[in-house]
Design a protein around this ligand. Structure first.
Ligand SMILES: [Zn+2]
Ligand SMILES: [Zn+2]
Length: 338
């Protein structure tokens, strides 16, 4: 059966087009997913506005998108893990299974990772913002009947928060500081709450995401731009927090977070490291491509739904242009492109 495949293709900054492409033939071990919902990630925004990030640049037309969920439309004869009609979250990463990290059981560190909607490799790995998507059966994670596809589309970013939390060790009874309340930050707050943190304080420099942070389970929120005294309040006696989860990528947030955290046993789940300004006796944990946790991400908390905006395709262009609504953690759009 031939499938008509409509795709959102980025050609250059701010040049996003809806194009028809060949959906491809289903090969052994493969599944065709009718995409229902897609989450717009920060990386999609960077491709749209800047044509990439860091040294990663669009060198050829790229179908955007990697946070998607949908319904299985067809499976290869040898696929038994999912069947037609199953609702699935799609894991965007496809490790090679053969490099030294894959063999060590660390597929998230794969040297030959193929990640949907990524310009890191040439040719680029085409993305998942399309009405039908061909993927490997292992990439399809069945979701329970009660889980809406809007939430299933957030499985991948939520898995980042779950992974950061697992790197920080047990949070039971711990005081946790989360710096940065973008989508990853607030999903990390939800993860920390689920893992038994006693107190969660969240910082950002904009009020709207801080309001979402509260909805997601933060006990206290601080606008670091207007409340310059916050670090001093939390730094006496060698600091207040047991765990710092740095989700902003901002060097000042990192430095302030260190100052406010206890010297001796602070363990840090980090998304990004640059230069550290203070030598401390602390355990530092970097997180990268957290797919080890993707399965667990369906143990989601109901709060997440409150923070989602739903868009039709026609609104996606406009949404990308004005960046993500700061009052929402994630924008999820319907994948019905017809
Ligand atoms: Zn993402
Ligand atoms: Zn590998």
């Amino acid at each position: 059966m031939k499938w008509r495949c409509m795709c959102l293709v980025i050609h250059a900054p701010e040049d996003l087009r809806l194009e028809e492409r060949d959906a491809g033939e289903i090969g052994p071990g493969q599944v065709l997913v009718r995409v229902g919902m897609g989450g717009i990630c920060g990386s999609d925004l960077h491709y749209f506005h800047d044509g990439g990030f860091g040294t990663v640049r669009i060198q050829e037309p790229l179908i955007l998108g990697h946070e998607v969920a949908g319904t299985v439309a067809a499976v290869a004869a040898d696929v038994t893990s999912v069947k037609v009609g199953d609702r699935v979250a799609v894991n965007p990463s496809r490790p090679c299974t053969a490099c030294k990290f894959c063999l060590e059981g660390l597929p998230n560190q794969c040297l030959e990772m193929r990640f949907f909607g990524s310009a890191m490799r040439m040719p680029h790995v085409q993305g998942a913002f399309r009405n039908v998507l061909l993927c490997q059966a292992e990439q399809c994670h069945k979701v329970a009947d009660g889980v809406p596809l809007t939430l299933a589309a957030l499985a991948e970013p939520f898995s980042v928060g779950l992974h950061a939390v697992s790197r920080a060790g047990s949070l039971l009874g711990k005081r946790v500081l989360v710096s940065g309340c973008g989508p990853i930050g607030v999903l990390t707050i939800a993860a920390a709450r689920l893992h038994g943190a006693a107190q969660i304080v969240a910082t950002d420099v904009v009020d709207e995401p801080l309001a979402i942070a509260r909805q997601m389970g933060a006990d206290e929120v601080i606008n670091a731009a207007t409340d310059s005294g916050w670090v001093a309040r939390y730094s006496p006696d060698k600091g207040t927090f047991d765990v710092l989860l740095e989700c902003s990528g901002n060097q000042r947030a990192l430095r302030d977070g260190f100052t406010a955290s206890e010297l001796a046993e602070a363990q840090r789940g980090m998304l990004n490291f640059r230069r550290l300004t203070r030598a401390q006796d602390a355990t530092l944990a970097g997180t990268w491509a957290a797919n080890l946790e993707l399965d667990r991400s369906f143990a989601r908390s109901a709060e997440v739904d409150a923070a989602i905006s739903r868009l039709t395709l026609a609104q996606v262009n406009a949404a990308l242009r004005r960046y993500i609504d700061p009052a929402r953690i994630a924008i999820v759009f319907a994948g019905d492109f017809r």
